[in-house]
Design a binder for this molecule. Sequence first.
Ligand code: FES
Length: 134
Amino acid sequence: AARAYHDKVIDHYENPRNVGSMDKNDKNVGTGLVGAPACGDVMKLQIRVNNDGEIVETAFKTFGCGSAIASSSLATEWVKGMNVDDARKIKNSDIAKELSLPPVKLHCSMLAEDAIKAAIANLKEKRTEAGAQN
Ligand code: FES
């Protein structure tokens, strides 16, 4: 029988990287919380940046399907060490390709792209607010 999932999906699903949570009130932490309207799955992805805007730590919690968990695991691995401007350029199609997701599972990788963007947006918001208080 054909494998329903590619090995890389299984690996990220069984051994997800960077599962966890960071303090969302930390000024260096950006939190992205997104949901997929199609299935109701939810993903929380967090990034911690240093003063140079480099992502030094990541965490995620995904309440969703195996492909969504694998997508968020891969995304947190990819963005670690990246500048936020580069992280924002990650496309769901890159994630889907790396994991060999079938078309029906594309929205799962979309969740990861959205979550990265939401986390970066949250961080920028915080920084703007912090700047306004100075
Ligand atoms: Fe909806 Fe995977 S089935 S995120």
